[in-house]
Ligand binder design. Structure first.
Ligand code: 5GP
Ligand code: MN
Ligand code: MN
Length: 476
């Protein structure tokens, strides 16, 4: 098999040299170091995505890209409604996995002496671990309500405040959800998982803002130096995983009938005009609403813990909640024309620029906050959307540092106990039910977040606002 090659087209932009079958251009954003460490497999996956029918503009790999299932992680692909397809693998298994950030009135000195107990309290309050339930038990009709109404369901039940909803993408509820196409198996898996974190890459992290890059934006976002914030990273749990599994199988089985010959069966997709695509989008939105409700319930549990532990935590407003595994209909300009496209973002975060109509009023002047995870031992970032990303990456930015090593490689290289001890020495408290899970998530298993953010900013995809340093991390 030919090894994919890249041609540099800008300081942080590279074009994938055309490979047989590609129908659209593919671009990789990243500095030289990031690009030279990319796996050939991830680039081949990018070429496969670029071979799908009905693409608008180019397919993008963001600086945190790495191999995934079918599509690479850190990938953006926009489809024309007429000829394009929707791919369940292009959204990923953890539908609407995402990050939200809660702001406290506390500073590092307030929490520092209490970090081990705080981590313990958070760990006890939010069930975590692979396949773990123990959340909110939902009757079938309450589950339908979750699938239709997302975070609005949780707020109506007293989990959080109405103001939270305008600080969540799409007002906390994805339109067009169809619970009737979510399988019985998916419903069963989700039934007791609302308000649970899930496995190792998901986290609840107490962080301190240790550097400001843009004082106007930081202030506009309600951030101040030395402030303690909480990052929540999780998704749609077993329910979303099952929806993805169900539709990948269905799309794969139907591909020949739709005349789709796929370079990789994991690219399974369906023409946007087909019944399967319609059903998938309805089920995907239902699972996405589950994810939004899940993060909303978890945020409430986090606020309860902080309210009990600190007199001055404050109401802990939400900075922003955004999903990084979705396919959404959006308006974009391509070739000078404005059109409605279905934008797949897999391990990629929407990053809307100032003035975008989908932003709530209080953020319109600043652009959308983009929370970016690093690792439990390195920095995380808050970025802001900028105008240039609309034409460069369909208004998308990185979602994390991105893996440098697979989970298997990381488990061989790192030991959970030693990591927990060494991070403790650096002032970070880790609480997890699984030491092998911690090893898979070793900071050394991820790319250099500083290089990923520098490339994201340098390529004009988002702007750095503030850097966060981990204080305590609860891992699934
Ligand atoms: P993913 O959604 O692809 O599983 O993960 C998103 C990103 O979260 C990863 O690329 C990684 O950079 C980041 N991440 C993983 N674990 C942690 C953690 O414990 N703390 C923080 N702050 N970031 C993490
Ligand atoms: Mn996830
Ligand atoms: Mn995620």
């Amino acid at each position: 098999m030919t090894t994919p090659t890249l041609t540099q087209t800008g300081e942080y932009e590279w074009r994938l040299d055309p490979l047989p079958g590609m129908r659209a251009e593919a671009v990789v954003f990243g500095g030289r170091e990031i690009v030279s460490n990319l796996e050939a497999h991830a680039l081949r996956q990018l070429a496969n995505v670029a071979s799908l029918p009905g693409l608008a503009g180019r397919v993008c790999a963001l600086p945190d890209t790495h191999s995934g299932y079918g599509f690479p992680i850190g990938c953006v692909a926009a489809m024309r409604p007429g000829k394009g397809v929707v791919s369940a693998g292009g959204v990923g298994f953890d539908i609407a996995c995402g990050v939200r950030t809660l702001l406290t009135n506390l500073s590092e000195e307030d929490v520092h002496p209490h970090l081990p107990e705080l981590a313990e309290l958070l760990f006890a309050a939010v069930p975590s671990g692979t396949g773990r339930g123990g959340g909110f038990g939902l009757s079938p009709s309450a589950l339908d309500d979750v699938l239709m109404n997302g975070a609005a369901f949780a707020v109506a039940k007293g989990y959080g405040a109405r103001e939270d909803l305008e600080r969540i993408e799409e007002g906390g509820r994805f339109e067009g959800a169809d619970p009737s196409v979510v399988s019985a198996e998916a419903r069963k898996r989700g039934q007791d998982q609302l308000g649970t974190l899930g496995s190792g890459n998901h986290y609840l992290e107490v962080q301190v803002m240790d550097k400001v890059f843009d004082a106007r934006l930081a202030d506009g976002f309600g951030l101040f130096p030395g402030q303690v914030v909480v990052g929540v990273h999780c998704g749609s749990r077993g329910l979303g995983h099952q929806v993805a599994t169900d539709f990948m199988a269905r799309m794969r089985a139907e591909a020949p009938r739709h005349g789709l010959s796929l370079p990789d069966p994991d690219l399974a997709c369906a023409p946007l005009a087909s019944e399967t695509a319609l059903a998938y989008l309805g089920a995907m939105r239902a699972a996405a609403n589950f994810a939004l409700a899940n993060r909303q319930v978890i945020a409430h549990l986090v606020r309860t813990v902080f309210g009990g532990a600190f007199r001055d935590a404050g109401p802990m407003p939400l900075l922003w909640d955004v999903s990084h595994n979705l396919c959404l209909p959006e308006e974009h300009r391509v070739g000078g024309r404005s059109m409605r496209l279905f934008v797949h973002r897999k391990g990629a975060t929407r990053a809307l620029p100032p003035g975008h109509p989908a932003l709530p009023r209080h953020l319109s002047r600043f652009g959308q906050p983009v929370p970016v995870g690093g690792s439990m031992g390195t920095a995380s970032y808050i970025l802001a959307g900028v105008a240039t990303s609309m034409e460069r990456s369909f208004g998308s930015a990185c979602h994390g540092a991105g893996r440098l090593m697979s989970r298997g490689q990381a488990k061989k290289r790192f030991k959970g106990r030693a990591l927990v001890d060494s991070l403790r020495g650096q002032g970070v408290v880790i609480r997890s039910g699984s030491l092998s899970g911690v090893a898979e998530e070793a900071p050394g298993a991820y790319k250099d977040i500083e290089a990923v953010v520098a490339a994201t900013q340098g390529a004009g995809l988002a702007k750095a606002v503030a850097r966060l340093r981990p204080l305590a991390c609860v891992k699934g």
